[in-house]
Write a protein that binds this ligand. Structure first.
Ligand code: MN
Ligand code: MN
Length: 457
């Protein structure tokens, strides 16, 4: 058979030199640090601003004069970040946009979380995003977030990740007493209202029965953070897995961490932006919040802030906004499901992403008959193919799962609806949305290479 007529995916290890493989592993050290410093969207914004400032980026405000070569970031309420570098080409030729998200599935404290029951003190939670509840019990957990007092002062909370910190915990039933629970489905065996965070068990001296343990916890919280129970009314306290990113396997080819979805695309978007100073294009990186709950709200991708900033850049350069938008191009940089041979029946094996075969394009996402998706047109996919080939990027395509099994969405459709060409390109993930997800180091590196090619091409 004429080999040129057929197409097969390429495996990074088979296509690359020892040097390139080492470069990929080295790149992921920076990514591991980013993960550990960015467990929540607020932390990701802080960390990303520090990286941006080190690369010459300055705060942007509406109405500023801008010119080619300028580098700006716009901090949207400490939970969402826009970065852009002004290129030398005519702004009417459009902007190159890399859009990823920095929120990840987790458990949030309710507004009146703390209570005492059965000799323990707990905190009530509301789950955030697509959480499989059974995965969150009997695990070491950490608390990250802020408590904002009535006077507006912000108290940072970050406890459970340092080796000297206590961790937090959600109880599970012992197998000896689980006969009834074991008959239930995975979705119902752990009810959402039982995802209560264990805070302690020691009563305050001379305390009233039934209240003394909670009183002791409130006292300790007050000593540590200077807040009272009422201050939890205005708090964003997130429960996340304790511990940092780790190498997986004897060959260290894989990485486990909380929140690969979608920091594994956010970080390569940043590194691609910082490495593409020579590009003539105006490039924007969006690190959105709220993707895991539908991209709503003023820090989500549906916020008009995105088009406000686009318009403001256009006005600053004297462009035509409609032309600029129509000629802009976007990579919706988000993760997709990696083929897992332990659940092979869940995939169309002819159309699934494979580990170590590079960054993955999803032409469409959505459910059923392509509902709820921006199905990228063939013309745009062909353009991406060309820049990947020109820059020697290992990449692949793949559907999220087999037809009619389920599905998912990304920010792609919210950007495409502004008349901007958009397609999903991101890193394949094993155990997506689990407390610890797994990715391939070389696939992360391919995302960086692909995003860099997109910024330069
Ligand atoms: Mn995602
Ligand atoms: Mn997700």
């Amino acid at each position: 058979m004429n080999k040129k007529l057929t197409y097969t995916k390429k495996n990074f290890y088979k296509e690359s030199t020892e040097e390139q493989i080492n470069a990929a592993f080295e790149y992921c050290k920076g990514y591991a640090e980013y993960l550990d410093g960015s467990k929540t969207e607020r932390e990701a914004v802080k960390y990303s601003i520090a990286l941006a400032e080190a690369n010459g980026y300055k705060p942007y405000s509406f109405g500023m004069e801008i010119k080619a070569g300028d580098k700006y970031y716009y901090n949207n309420r400490s939970r969402c970040l826009f970065l852009f570098r002004v290129g030398s080409e005519d702004i009417n030729n459009g902007i190159r946009i890399l859009a990823s998200h920095i929120d990840s599935p987790r458990l949030d404290f309710k507004q009146m979380p703390i209570y005492e029951d059965g000799g323990f003190c707990f905190a009530k939670t509301r789950y955030y995003g697509g959480v499989r509840k059974y995965q969150w019990v009997a695990l070491p957990l950490a608390l990250h977030g802020v408590i904002v007092k009535k006077d507006g002062s912000v108290v940072d909370v970050k406890i459970g990740d340092d080796d000297n910190d206590p961790i937090f915990y959600i109880n599970d039933l012992l197998p000896h007493l689980a006969q009834e629970q074991s008959q239930k489905t995975l979705a119902t065996a752990i009810p959402a209202e039982s995802l209560n965070i264990l805070l302690g068990s020691r009563p305050i001296a001379d305390g009233e029965d039934g209240k003394a343990i909670k009183m002791n916890i409130l006292t300790l919280i007050n000593e540590k953070y200077g807040v009272e129970e009422e201050d939890f009314l205005s708090a964003d306290i997130f429960v996340v897995p304790a511990g940092g990113a780790r190498d997986v396997g004897f060959d260290r080819s894989l990485m486990s961490a909380y929140g690969h979805d979608d920091k594994v695309c956010a970080y390569p978007s940043l590194t691609a932006l910082f490495e593409s100073d020579d590009s003539e294009h105006t490039v924007m990186v969006v690190l959105a919040d709220k993707e895991e709950i539908g991209s709503d709200g003023n820090t989500g991708m549906k916020s008009e802030l995105f088009t406000d900033i686009m318009q403001s850049i256009c006005a600053g350069l004297g462009g035509n906004y409609f032309a600029m938008k129509a000629n802009s191009k976007c990579l919706s940089a988000d993760v997709t499901a990696c083929f897992d041979p332990n659940f092979s029946e869940c995939y169309d094996q002819k159309n699934v992403t494979r580990i170590n075969c590079g960054v993955a394009m999803s032409k469409y996402t959505g459910h059923g008959g392509k509902s709820g998706t921006n199905d990228a047109p063939a013309e745009y996919v062909a353009w991406i193919r060309k820049i990947m080939a020109d820059h020697g990027v290992i990449w692949q395509t793949g559907d999220m799962g087999r037809n009619d099994l389920g599905g998912g969405g990304t920010v792609a459709k919210y950007i495409a609806e502004h008349n901007i060409e958009t397609v999903d390109l991101g890193v394949p993930v094993i155990s997506m949305h689990a407390p610890y997800e797994v990715v391939s180091k070389v696939d992360v590196y391919c995302a960086h290479k692909a995003f860099l090619a997109f910024c330069m091409a």
